[in-house]
Design a protein around this ligand. Structure first.
Ligand SMILES: [Zn+2]
Length: 88
């Protein structure tokens, strides 16, 4: 089965992770698509999400959806998005 996960809403429906990998340093961050959907419009394309690398401060990330196995022996760390007010 092949399907294209191109929007946040689709990733949520399939209970997927959103993985952002920095093109600069290769660092990866994973998010639950359902967490991101609280902040971003589900119709938004994954590649358009504004991720930024914490290490090199580069906004150039490769964003993909990834399935996560419901396997309790394999733990992964996900980041939770938090909305903060920016004063500028
Ligand atoms: Zn980086």
């Amino acid at each position: 089965m092949t399907m294209t996960i191109d929007t946040l809403g689709k990733a949520v429906r399939h209970k997927m992770l959103v993985v952002a990998q920095c093109r600069g340093c290769g660092r990866e961050a994973r998010f639950l698509a359902s967490d991101l959907a609280q902040f971003y419009n589900p119709g938004r394309s994954l590649s358009g999400l504004p991720f930024k690398c914490r290490e090199c401060n580069l906004g150039d990330c490769r964003i993909s959806a990834s399935e996560y196995l419901n396997d309790r022996t394999r733990e992964i760390i996900v980041w939770r998005p938090v909305k903060v007010k920016q004063s500028n």
